[in-house]
Write a protein that binds this ligand. Structure first.
Ligand code: ADP
Ligand code: MG
Length: 255
C-alpha cells in the first residue's frame, strides 16, 4: 500500500438518469486517516455519488483509483474485498435478534451473497471467530453492555451504532456513511462525531450529509455539491465562508 496516493480517488464522475444529469465531472479524494464530508442541498447528487462508489450505480464516465491503482467501478459484492464498508439510510436490524446476533448476521450475509470469506481474512462460517470480530466491532462503538439486548428494545441512536458496528466487522479501510446523524439530537450527534474521529486511527471515513452543521466539526475536508457539481471544497472553515456555498444553501432553504 502506498501511503502517498489517496486511498480513494474518484475523477470526472458523470451520471445521468434519462435526461437528468445527476453528477457532472465530479472529483473526490479521500486520504489515509481522513474524514471527508460530501454536503449539499437536497437533490444535489450526494447519494448518487455515494452509490457510485458503493457499486449501486455505474457512472457514465469517470475513473476510480484505490491506493493509486485505477480499477473498474466496483460491484457491491466486491466492496469487502476492496476494503470498503458502508451503512445505508434505514438501518434494517432484525428486531427479535440480539445486538450481537445482528452484527454477526450482517457479516454472514456478505458470505451468502457470494462473497469470498477470504475477503474478511477468515472463514465467516467459523462462528467463534465471527463472534470475536463482532464483539470487537461492538466494543469500538459502545462497549458490549447492550450486546445481549434484543434489537427492538434499543433506542434509535443505539440502532445506528449497531449498524456501524456491523460495517466494522470486515475491518474496512474506507467506511462510508450516508447521513449518519439523520434523526439524531444534538447530544447523539456529538457522540457520533467522537466515534467517527476515533475510527480514523485505522480507517478513513466518507460522510454524505444534507445538513452542513453536523459535519463541520468532524470533517477534515468537505466537498459541496449543488446540481451535480462540486461548487466548493476545502476545510470546513473555508467552505463555511464560501459565498457560493452560502448562496446554494440559502437558495433551497436548507440548513
Ligand atoms: N434512480 C434515479 N432515477 C432517476 N433520477 C434519480 C435517481 N436517483 C437520483 N435521481 C435524481 O438525481 C438527482 C440527485 O439525486 P440524489 O443523488 O439522491 O441527491 P441528494 O442525495 O443530494 O439529495 C435528483 O434530481 C434526483 O431526483
Ligand atoms: Mg441523499
Amino acid at each position: 500500500m502506498s501511503t502517498n496516493s489517496p486511498l480513494l480517488h474518484a475523477k470526472g464522475v458523470s451520471i445521468s438518469f434519462g435526461g437528468l444529469r445527476a453528477l457532472n465531472d465530479v472529483h473526490l479524494q479521500l486520504n489515509h486517516g481522513e474524514v471527508v464530508g460530501v454536503i449539499g442541498p437536497n437533490g444535489a447528487g450526494k447519494t448518487t455519488l455515494f452509490n457510485a462508489i458503493c457499486g449501486l450505480v455505474e457512472p457514465d464516465s469517470g475513473t476510480l483509483e484505490l491506493d493509486g491503482h485505477k480499477r473498474n467501478w466496483p460491484k457491491p459484492y466486491e466492496l469487502v474485498d476492496l476494503g470498503i464498508a458502508r451503512t445505508l439510510q434505514g438501518v434494517g436490524l432484525f428486531p427479535e435478534l440480539t445486538v450481537l446476533e445482528n452484527v454477526m448476521i450482517g457479516a454472514q450475509k456478505f458470505a451468502k451473497t457470494g462473497l469470498l470469506s477470504a475477503a474478511f481474512g477468515f472463514d465467516v462460517r467459523d462462528e467463534a471467530q465471527l463472534r470475536n470480530r463482532s464483539v470487537t466491532a461492538l466494543e469500538k462503538v459502545f462497549g458490549t453492555t447492550l450486546m445481549h439486548r434484543r434489537a427492538d428494545t434499543l433506542s434509535y441512536p443505539d440502532t445506528k451504532r449497531v449498524a456501524i458496528a456491523r460495517a466494522l466487522v470486515s475491518e474496512p479501510k474506507v467506511l462510508m456513511l450516508d447521513e449518519p446523524a439523520g434523526g439524531l439530537g444534538p447530544r447523539d450527534i456529538e457522540w457520533m462525531n467522537t466515534l467517527i474521529r476515533n475510527l480514523t486511527s485505522t480507517m478513513s471515513v466518507l460522510i454524505v450529509e444534507h445538513h452542513m452543521d453536523v459535519v463541520m466539526s468532524v470533517c477534515d475536508r468537505i466537498y459541496v455539491l449543488n446540481f451535480g457539481e462540486v461548487i466548493s471544497s476545502g476545510t470546513p472553515d473555508f467552505v463555511r465562508r464560501d459565498p457560493g456555498v452560502i448562496a446554494a444553501y440559502l437558495g433551497t432553504g436548507a440548513s
